[in-house]
Design a protein around this ligand. Structure first.
Ligand code: NAP
Ligand code: F7E
Length: 374
């Protein structure tokens, strides 16, 4: 069988790294676009670099000439457009950059495919998002739910969604959006709420942090496991027809619940007191191994207005029935409890190996192994 070629933008990100592993295991030749950075430390894909069928190209979503060249050189059968300024809160600070990367960037990819004459051979997956539902008009949300974007990030992604639909209809291209609800993992960026919580729980349990500051604890999300979600990206491109799909677990939890469970897996039991910005998470008991740490009675979680957004999306809950029915995808593979547990366990291990080198927090064991630090 002829080996398929995939091009992934955003290959260094959480999803890009899992998707690379998934496609390599399926026998694909995998190409990825990376940005030039002063520190070439590509943690999530370091284990793949130098392996057969894994290739990297320098490029940027803001540089159409570069994208046209890469697509022309690689001539992919499938493109997974995952690159984005993906942090919602940051999009309020950098709205123009977010629009350039997350909106116009999608157009650049579509045009790069057309300009290389690949519009009828190359299938394109666009990383769309539940943030499109924003100030929600229906709960739970499915493919028919009206969009109401509620951040510069969501507005940019809405353009991406519509331009993909437009190119599908205008030029008969096989391009689709996966409307993915939040998905997390051990590789999630450290400033997204789940990873921020699991890292803090691990550090507090090991005496390396005293308190965790969060924003809106009542915000509700449908959290899945990133490793399960990349399979769906692939399934969407293997479908008979180019269509958009909602990818979610169908189960909803609050930030507060995530926090309580993560601390519990780290051996710390919390009780909540107060409301709104005065709410606090207090340690009521600890597991036997943490007995001598003097945590009981202490306030470990506080609310800080620094993490409130000018407009916040507070009620995301997806209905994955179409993906289940038409793609045969299983939304219940990893439960919420298993997801929180695997993230906490991974961070407990990471924190154990963590040291301070200069201003950077680094993993000494890994650095020593690679010979970077003698
Ligand atoms: P992520 O970890 O933040 O990764 C983003 C990737 O995009 C990184 O590889 C990043 O490169 C790259 N990138 C950013 N700006 C770029 C630019 N100007 N040019 C080229 N590459 C650029 O995000 P993720 O969680 O894997 O999410 C993947 C995609 O799915 C994103 O489009 C995101 O918006 C979307 N999405 C995510 C979720 C979720 O819950 N994770 C849900 C729905 C949709 P660097 O490493 O160089 O920064
Ligand atoms: O926030 C609340 C915050 O930053 C989740 C991206 O992958 O998923 C992600 O966007 C909720 C929000 O993810 C803190 O206000 C409370 O309501 O983890 P998050 P997000 O904004 O949902 C979507 C689907 C994407 O497409 C995006 O690319 O948690 N929250 N306290 C907090 N959030 C953060 N980051 N930090 C806090 O301290």
């Amino acid at each position: 069988m002829c080996m398929k070629t995939a091009l992934i933008t955003g290959i260094t990100g959480q999803d890009g790294s899992y998707l690379s592993e998934f496609l390599l295991a399926k026998g694909y030749d995998v190409h990825g676009i990376i940005r030039r950075s002063s520190v070439d430390y590509r943690e999530r894909i370091a284990h793949l670099e130098g392996t057969p069928h894994f290739h990297l190209h320098y490029g940027d979503m803001s540089d159409s000439m570069g994208l046209v060249q890469i697509v022309g050189k690689v001539r992919p059968d499938e493109i997974y457009n995952l690159a984005a300024q993906s942090h919602v809160q940051v999009s309020f600070d950098s709205p123009e950059y977010t629009a350039d990367c997350d909106a116009t960037g999608v157009l650049r990819i579509l045009e790069a495919v057309r300009q290389n004459g690949l519009e009828h051979s190359c299938r394109i997956y666009q990383a769309s998002t539940s943030e499109l539902y924003g100030k929600v008009e229906q709960v739970p949300q499915d493919e028919q739910t009206p969009f109401h974007p509620y951040s510069p990030y969501a507005v940019a992604k809405l353009y991406g969604y519509w331009i993909v639909k437009e190119y599908r209809e205008a030029y008969d291209m096989f391009c689709c959006s996966g409307i993915l609800f939040n998905h997390e993992s051990e590789r999630r960026g450290e400033t997204f709420v789940t990873r921020k919580i699991t890292l803090a729980a691990a550090r507090i349990a090991q005496g390396k942090q005293t308190k965790l500051y969060l924003g809106n604890l009542s915000s509700l999300r449908d959290w899945g496991y990133a490793k399960d979600y990349v399979e769906c990206m692939w399934l969407i491109l293997q479908n008979k027809r180019p269509e958009d799909f909602v990818i979610a677990t169908g189960v909803q939890h609050s930030v507060r619940e995530f926090c309580e469970l993560a601390f519990q897996y780290a051996g710390i039991h919390l009780r909540w007191e107060g409301e709104g910005k005065d709410e606090k998470g207090i340690c009521v008991s600890v597991s036997d191994n943490l007995r001598d740490m003097d945590l009981v009675g202490k306030v470990l979680v506080e609310v800080s207005s620094d993490f409130y957004r000018p407009t916040d999306v507070v009620n995301l809950w997806g209905n994955p029935a179409k993906a289940k029915r038409e793609l045969g995808w299983n939304p219940a593979k990893t439960s919420f409890e298993d997801l929180v547990k695997l993230m906490v366990e991974s961070d407990m291990e990471k924190v154990r190996n963590e040291v301070i080198l200069g201003h950077a927090r680094t993993n000494l064991a890994e650095y020593l192994e690679k010979g970077i630090v003698k």
